[in-house]
Ligand binder design. Structure first.
Ligand SMILES: [Zn+2]
Length: 322
């Protein structure tokens, strides 16, 4: 199929409960400026990590399964997040990790699949001086369009011409299963079509992994199922320090540390998503893990604290001195 934003938005627009007003407006063809590069760079032992802000998405309150306006207000009152008419704006983050002679991306951003407020990761990469052809591996946390969209160019070619694509076998099999695709509502099939189209150019450079495995030099996978069946984190061993890339364990920094059981419409298995999130939070607290998330407030580097019955996010200060 031809990948374009209009095709994807058309498939989503029919989905019950999904607010795509802004995306539909974006798809109407208004000319937009190219987003500027926004990035944060820090060292982790022997590795150099760059976080790219690909853009932002509005997460409408109706997308939360257990949304309670009074509880949300309580959490928001304790911080500086702002509820907009479209919901809470959340970032989409992507990463470059340079370690030894490897240049590894963790997720690839959105490209133009979800409107003009996203797709800045390539500009960020260009600002680092790293060419797409130099990328050696792309590790995917999962195959949703805000993570895999940037794998392909507007013409459907591989953005990263020399990179291996590394993804969970469970994840790959789920999105490529025709029977599963046929069993979901028509309105959800766009996700399957999009997932397949974004990874298709990497068929001859594909490496699938199972469970916890060394997926690239310095990286070990960590299964975090629920949001999608093969949703995975990656632990980077920088030598002196470790960093967990936990993908979409959290979509809303403002709400889900306070209310870990609040799942969203994009979670494939809501019960498992909430369970995985609680387990991950408990482990992060117990091990004092340094972590980063695809939708944690940019630059998304911090740790989890226990706060009474729930949790809180502590952002690391901006890192200097590279
Ligand atoms: Zn995501």
């Amino acid at each position: 199929m031809t990948i374009n934003r209009r095709t994807f938005l058309a498939s989503l627009a029919a989905a019950p409960g999904l607010s795509l007003a802004s995306h539909q407006a974006a798809a109407s063809g208004a000319a937009t400026d190219i987003l500027p590069p926004v990035l944060h760079r820090f060292s982790l032992g022997e590795a150099r990590v760059t976080v790219f802000l690909d853009g932002h998405l509005p997460l409408g309150s109706h997308l939360f399964a257990d949304y309670d306006a009074a509880l949300a207000q309580k959490a928001l009152a304790g911080g500086l997040h702002r509820m907009t008419p479209e919901g809470l704006n959340i970032p989409v983050n992507g990463y470059l990790v340079e370690l030894g002679n490897r240049k590894v991306l963790v997720d690839a951003g959105t490209s133009d699949l979800l409107g003009p407020n996203l797709g800045a990761m390539p500009q960020g990469l260009a600002a680092t001086g790293v060419a797409p052809a130099e990328i050696t591996e792309v590790l995917l946390t999962h195959m949703h369009p805000d993570h895999s969209g940037g794998l392909v160019t507007a013409t459907g070619a591989a953005t990263y011409a020399n990179a291996e694509l590394v993804v969970s076998r469970t994840e790959w099999d789920f999105w490529h299963d025709d029977a599963i695709m046929a069993s979901v509502p028509e309105s959800s099939r766009g996700f399957f079509q999009m997932a397949r189209a974004t990874v298709a150019p990497y068929g001859d450079r594909l490496r699938l992994f199972d469970g916890e495995a060394e997926v690239a030099s310095g990286f070990t996978s960590l299964p975090l199922p629920g949001h999608t069946p093969g949703h995975s984190g990656f632990v980077l061993d920088g030598g002196a320090e470790q960093l967990l890339f936990w993908g979409d364990v959290v979509h809303s920094t403002a709400l889900q540390f306070s209310y870990p059981d609040w799942t969203i419409a994009f979670d494939t298995d809501p019960a498992q998503t909430a369970l995985t999130r609680r387990k991950m939070f408990d482990r992060a607290v117990a091990d004092n893990l340094l972590l980063t998330g695809s939708h944690i407030d940019f630059p998304g580097l911090g740790r989890v604290l226990r706060q009474g019955e729930s949790y809180a996010y502590q952002a690391a200060p901006w890192q200097f001195g590279l």
